[in-house]
Design a protein around this ligand. Structure first.
Ligand SMILES: Nc1nc2c(c(=O)[nH]1)N[C@H]1C(S)=C(S)[C@@H](COP(=O)(O)OP(=O)(O)OC[C@H]3O[C@@H](n4cnc5c(=O)[nH]c(N)nc54)[C@H](O)[C@@H]3O)O[C@H]1N2
Ligand SMILES: Nc1nc2c(c(=O)[nH]1)N[C@H]1C(S)=C(S)[C@@H](COP(=O)(O)OP(=O)(O)OC[C@H]3O[C@@H](n4cnc5c(=O)[nH]c(N)nc54)[C@H](O)[C@@H]3O)O[C@H]1N2
Ligand SMILES: [Mo]
Length: 825
């Protein structure tokens, strides 16, 4: 057993392993100070809630409170390890400023009230609006952080009960492009790959994905391969010097927003060298000829001009990718939130399709998710799509869902694609959406162009309901605030990126009168007296397990088939990957083995879209494009970003994450070790730009775009010249008090643009034109971590480390622990 300061050493101790071996077990534990593991009353099974990796863990319960966490040795995902946010983040549950009672607005002020009063207000307003305008007045904006049971219930209420098409999740900001890219290539959502592909791959390419900070346990798996025999080679595509870049054989740092050009350059080289699998292409794909034609002009020299990357580096990266025998690719926000998001992400799929690298060990695509339950939002209809990956433009799928729900098909809106959140905000701005119910997300910090978002939420004519744990920036603008229970305080299931389903059990009671989101939605349906077509209650379940059983039925025969799962089966050694059914009782490790796809026109989730305009394809167009249910290779030309640099705004601004915080910090700022590691906003720029603009380490600067400005201390790093990076975590609440935007903004989204990808509708958070100027000298270095992509170029006289409370245990179990692991290996 070793004890490690995991703030200073976020990835902990190395446990090297070789290709084809099983990843060794290392159990990470962090308990409240002085608590002996043997003195813990109960260990309660769950998985991580602060990212999408799905690391399994047990909550330590002592005297009815959460007192720590321990990784689960036998789980297929993490083999016992935990990341920093999970080791320390649990403390936020017990924060003294949790909401404990509902609040309603009276004479302009939010005041405490009881559940009946709060719910009756919402129900009365819902009824009024249904009478006056109909269901189009109602919008629901949810999250990627609740449980499957909760999304499914919300989706049924909104779609099947009220009949509104205005339902979306913050997954729109997050992984809408993952879904869109999978739908374009495979006609269906669902990750082809598996985390075990890391154990086999000889090349791993990470596209716009800072895995070291955002899925730190998965990164440990790669680190352990890198220091074992036969290590894989890494390719990193990111304008910043992330830990991923530091370990890469080739680090391509393109101009932000030029991903399509770069991908076309890589495809050009791979094709030019004939490093393609012609048999696979002809047996299992359509569209290759167009791709070959399209990428012909993207020579390394031409691409070098667009991306400002040396042509030789592009050749070298293509040589490695083209020479791989087992290629794993991952894609995340550097593609999804950048310009031409879907078109770029689809090109990653194309690399695998033309090389036949799919459906066998080491050959995986992970179009990553970000949030712990983003996959469920998409599967269960929380993002507006129809549950079970049903196709809204296939009338038979709508009829089938109507059968499952026992409603008339006409009840389920399917006249057009579901309304995405940016469009919902537009409708609220115009006054046609008049009730918006926000659950589990903090849009007053996380949506682009915050001044506009605040103005929309502040309108009197919009009735805003916010369901959260704390009085967030968004909750402060609400008409009704509902106190929710969270992870550890309620039971439900969630599914991670590689389709692994975990059960998360209730460990402790929620504070005060806070209630699980499921109970709140069920209460709303009951008070509205929603009925099915036979006059029976529309929602037939009453608790998490009965909701799960209903959801299972809804997935029967669909790609994300859960029918072989149950709470009992999930209460055990390891999470299980869907599809899990009679044919695959222990789950399914990889999709698309042998090149068979779910792309038959009668079965598929989507007919695809035009990547430039976003227009959905008609069923007949799809049938003639893909008559034999193959994978679809879709080519795309590079187009310049909409907002380009100018004399007034000479920089490109990108925004993103740091290791120690989660999103708008509502949980991580309330965990002292995490908050101390990254206490305030900063801005990253390179040495050359700092010198040119007279900015020194730690100086206070002002970053401006056409939307607004933000003040931040400067951190000088090895970031690409001409690029600024701002973490988007810092809103206007803070430990020990808040401050308003009037005091000078610090939220990155004051600066971002109202613009989105045409196909996925995901907002563009990663390319805006900006200016920076020095305001004054700083007092000491910037408050940015030194352990991560924000590491300074030189010594700044300060290192990120934890205090004595940050010590965590690591126990390496040699050759053991996984005997009880489940699922096909
Ligand atoms: N610590 C931590 N972990 C998290 C989260 C968190 O808040 N904190 N959130 C979770 C969620 S919801 C998500 S979605 C994921 C996100 O995980 P990531 O996508 O890994 O995180 P980001 O920092 O948003 O963006 C990744 C990288 O994209 C690069 N980038 C920016 N613009 C471009 C571009 O045009 N091209 C390319 N190639 N790269 C570009 C940035 O430099 C950045 O390093 O993380 C999850 N995990
Ligand atoms: N500029 C910029 N903006 C971005 C991004 C970026 O990279 N750059 N990334 C985008 C991405 S990928 C994402 S995912 C979003 C995240 O943006 P948000 O979803 O707004 O971020 P969170 O802080 O996770 O907000 C979740 C809220 O849910 C609450 N909550 C937690 N658990 C529960 C629960 O069980 N029930 C309920 N009812 N509430 C709960 C939390 O207290 C918190 O207020 O931000 C997006 N915005
Ligand atoms: Mo996300």
């Amino acid at each position: 057993m070793t004890t490690t300061d995991r703030i200073a050493e976020p990835w902990g101790t190395r446990t090297p392993y070789s290709a084809g071996e099983s990843w060794p077990v290392r159990v990470d534990t962090h308990l409240e100070e002085g608590l002996d593991p043997d003195a813990v009353d109960r260990w309660v099974q769950t998985a991580s809630i602060l990212h999408s990796n799905g690391d399994a863990l047990d909550i330590a319960v002592k005297d009815g409170r959460i007192a720590g966490v321990r990784g689960r040795a036998g789980d297929r995902v993490n083999h016992g390890r935990l990341g920093v946010k999970d080791l320390y983040g649990w403390q936020a549950n017990a924060s003294p400023d949790r909401l404990t009672r509902p609040l309603v607005r009276v004479d302009g002020e939010l005041v405490e009230t009881d559940w009946d009063t709060a719910m009756d207000r919402i129900v009365a307003r819902t009824r009024e609006l249904l009478d006056e305008q109909g269901a189009s007045a109602l919008g629901f904006y949810t999250t990627g952080q609740l449980f499957a049971e909760e999304y499914y219930t919300l989706g049924l209420i909104a779609h099947g009960g009220l009949g509104t098409n205005h339902v979306d999740g913050n997954t729109r900001l997050c992984t809408a492009t993952a879904a869109a890219a999978l739908k374009e290539s495979f006609a269906c959502d669902g990750q082809p790959g598996s985390y075990t592909d890391i154990d086999h791959a000889d090349v791993i390419a990470l596209y716009g994905h800072n895995m070291a900070e955002t899925q730190s346990v998965l990164w440990m798996r790669i680190l352990d391969r890198l220091c074992g025999p036969n290590p894989p080679q890494l390719i990193c595509v990111d304008p910043r010097p992330t830990e991923v870049a530091r370990h890469a054989a080739v680090h391509l740092a393109p101009r932000p927003g030029t991903n399509v050009a770069l991908m076309n350059g890589l495809l050009h080289e791979i094709i030019a060298r004939e490093q393609i699998d012609r048999d696979y292409i002809s047996a299992h794909t359509v569209g290759y000829a167009e791709l070959e034609q399209r990428v012909r002009e993207y020579t390394p020299e031409h691409v070098a001009q667009i991306c400002d990357v040396p042509a030789e580096q592009i050749r070298e990266a293509a040589r490695i990718i083209g020479g791989a025998e087992r290629l794993l690719s991952t894609v995340l926000q550097g593609f999804y939130q950048s310009h031409q998001a879907t078109a770029a992400s689809v090109q990653v799929n194309n690399v695998h399709l033309i090389r036949g690298m799919l459906g066998r060990p080491g050959c995986g695509i992970l179009q990553m998710n970000g949030q712990p339950t983003a996959q469920n939002t998409r599967e269960c209809g929380g993002d507006g799509d129809l549950p079970g990956f049903r196709n809204w433009s296939n009338d038979e799928h709508v009829a089938d869902l109507a059968r499952v729900w026992n409603v008339e098909p006409s009840r389920i809106p399917h006249y057009g694609p579901p309304t995405h959140v940016m469009q919902m905000m537009r409708y609220a701005e115009d006054g046609s959406i008049r009730l918006m119910w926000v659950s589990g997300t903090n849009p007053a910090v996380s949506l682009p162009e915050l001044a506009r978002i605040r103005a929309i939420f502040e309108q009197d004519r919009l009735f805003l309901v916010v369901q959260d744990l704390y009085l967030t920036e968004t909750a402060q603008l609400a008409d009704v605030v509902l106190p929710a229970a969270t992870w550890g305080e309620k039971t439900g299931t969630f599914t991670n990126v590689d389709r692994t389903v975990h059960l998360s059990e209730k460990a402790v009671d929620p504070p005060g009168e806070a209630k699980p989101d499921l109970d709140i939605f069920l209460d709303y349906a009951r008070r509205l007296d929603l009925r099915d077509k036979d006059g029976e209650p529309l929602v037939t379940w009453h608790d998490p397990e009965s909701a799960f059983d209903a959801w299972k039925e809804c997935t029967r025969g669909r790609p994300c088939d859960y029918t072989g799962l149950s709470y009992d089966k999930l209460r055990g050694a390891s999470g299980i990957q869907w599809p899990c059914n009679e044919d695959h009782p222990e789950g399914t490790e990889r999709l698309y083995e042998g090149g068979s796809f779910w792309s038959d026109a009668a079965y598929c989730e989507s007919y695809g879209k035009d990547l430039v305009t976003g227009a959905p394809l008609e069923p007949d167009e799809y049938r003639s494009l893909n008559p034999e249910s193959k994978a679809v290779i879709k080519a795309a030309a590079y187009l310049p970003p909409h907002e380009v640099t100018s004399e007034d705004f000479p920089f490109q601004l990108i925004t993103g994450r740091t290791l120690y915080h989660f999103h708008t910090r509502t949980k991580t700022a309330r965990a002292p070790q995490l908050q101390r590691a990254a206490p305030e906003v900063w801005v990253e720029l390179c040495t050359r730009d700092a010198a040119a603009w007279g900015i020194g380490e730690g100086d206070l600067t002002e970053v401006t775009t056409p939307r607004g400005s933000v003040k931040a201390q400067a951190r000088i790093t090895g970031i690409r010249p001409g690029v600024l990076f701002l973490p988007f975590h810092y809103g206007y609440w803070d430990v020990g008090g808040g401050y308003g935007p009037g005091d000078g903004g610090r939220a990155a989204n004051e600066l971002t643009i109202t613009d989105w990808d045409p196909a996925s509708k995901q907002p563009i958070f990663k390319t805006a034109a900006a200016q920076i100027r020095r305001v004054s000298a700083g007092q000491g270095p910037a408050p940015a971590p030194t352990t991560t992509a924000s590491a300074p170029v030189g010594d700044v006289g300060f290192r990120t480390e934890g205090d004595h409370t940050a010590q965590a245990d690591e126990e390496v179990l040699v050759g053991g622990g996984l005997g009880t692991e489940r699922g096909p290996r």
